[in-house]
Design a protein around this ligand. Structure first.
Ligand code: ASP
Length: 416
């Protein structure tokens, strides 16, 4: 009798098992978090390092190959415009939603003492002009060395356009870009095979360190944030992928599960980018569009972070006995939407940008100390929302492009 080859469980199943095991092991190790920190987390760090290593070249070549394969400056402009508009609208909606919900439920928030608060906000460029200047690299290699994603995107767009403009002169087929892109994708695929180990080793120490005790009085604030995360995904993304992307919500969320689990464990949109590319393509997003829209989203689109900032602003105001006015809330919507563009897709970045949001309405920045202890738990959820929003955009823009292309074709066919 021939033996049937054993089938390995799908990557998403493996990641899910790792997630459950990590929670279990984390709870067991709550009494001894040092072990998890010293001996388990380093393997998670190795996994994240590998991802950080590949993500720069991956974004560079995938955006370049996207630009080159679209072959039309106008088309790229249209796609870029739709993408940025989608990102800004969903983020503004997310923060409005966070503010609304937090205001409705603020009576449930604990009023923590603010008498002894001391918080040193990390140095961050919150000035709009500085942020603008910072997008443009002054050195070719620096964006890669520093892992500055916005600068990598600008470099890729510029070189991609240049290649598109001169390519025809040499009758080039742009093979080199595609080959480099394929190599990066393959390397990424190999690294992704390690995701279950990565997920386990990243999540277990977080649970062991933050155990149930630390949640304490902040559990309600966390709950409100997570409620908003879930409702925003269930309503906004379900509607947009259904109505504009032609994909059923159940199929969408099921297909996104591996990337969502990765985002939850790593708290990094950039770290989840390779898996997000994979999931979005499987859900029907065009490769060239996804490779343009997703890296951009991992860098500038942070709906979950915006929700978190709205909820925390209301919570911190409550603790300081301040009632936010309507115009203050509008300012929060505006600053949180802009802050989203400047928030890096790495763990903890959203909390740094919270300082900017609080400052914009004159709330004490020291209030961040109230939520800093459990920021990681807020972060895991907000990163899931961030990457899911990016994927929904890739699907919507792909569908719109298909429609535009078929309309154009019909017009051409109709011409005598
Ligand atoms: N960790 C988030 C992300 O990577 C950013 C944040 O801290 O809000 O998307």
């Amino acid at each position: 009798m021939t033996e049937k080859p054993k089938k390995k469980p799908a990557l998403s199943t493996q990641i899910f098992i790792a997630l459950v095991l990590a929670v279990g092991a984390g709870i067991i190790l709550t009494g001894n978090p040092g072990f998890a920190k010293d001996y388990i987390r380093p393997f998670g760090t190795i996994f994240l390092n590998l991802i950080k290593w590949i993500v720069g070249p991956l974004v560079f070549f995938s955006i370049m190959s996207g630009v080159v394969s679209l072959r039309d400056v106008k088309k790229i402009g249209a796609i870029g415009g739709t993408t940025v508009l989608y990102y800004l609208c969903t983020t503004a909606f997310a923060v409005t939603f966070g503010l609304l919900f937090a205001n409705l439920l603020k009576d449930l928030f604990p009023v923590l003492s603010t008498a002894e608060l001391a918080y040193e906000p990390a140095a961050t460029s919150v000035n709009f002009m500085d942020t603008l200047v910072g997008i443009f690299p002054s050195n070719f290699l620096a964006p890669f060395v520093e892992g500055n994603m916005l600068q990598i995107i600008v470099s890729a767009l510029t070189i991609g356009f240049a290649l598109m403009l001169i390519g025809h002169r040499f009758n080039m087929e742009f093979k080199a870009v595609d080959i480099c892109n394929d190599i990066c994708m393959k390397a990424m695929e190999l690294i992704l095979k390690l995701s279950p180990i990565g997920v386990f080793c990243l999540l277990c120490p977080v649970i062991a360190e933050n155990g149930p005790a630390v949640l304490g009085s902040l559990a309600v604030v966390l709950l409100v944030a997570y409620l908003c995360y879930i409702i925003h995904m269930a309503v906004t993304y379900s509607l947009s992928v259904r109505a504009l992307g032609g994909v059923g919500p159940v199929k969408f969320f099921r297909g996104m599960l591996p990337a969502m689990m990765m985002a939850f464990s790593s708290a990094s949109s950039v770290g989840t980018l390779p898996l997000n590319l994979d999931c979005s393509e499987k859900l029907g997003a065009d490769r060239e569009i996804a490779s343009f829209v997703l890296p951009l989203g991992a860098t500038i689109n942070m709906d979950g972070t915006a929700i978190y900032q709205g909820v925390c602003a209301v919570f911190i105001a409550t603790c300081f006995g301040i009632n936010l006015t309507f115009s203050q809330m509008l300012t929060i919507v505006l600053t949180a939407t802009l802050a989203s563009v400047g928030t890096a897709g790495v763990p903890g970045a959203g909390m740094v940008m919270l300082a900017m949001v609080l400052q914009s309405v004159g709330l004490p920045v020291e209030g961040i100390a109230l939520v800093a202890g459990i920021d990681r738990i807020f972060d895991m959820g907000r990163t899931v929302v961030n990457i899911t929003g990016d994927a929904s955009c890739a699907i919507v823009v792909s569908r719109m492009e298909h429609r535009r292309a078929s309309k154009k074709e019909n017009k051409i066919n109709k011409k005598p």
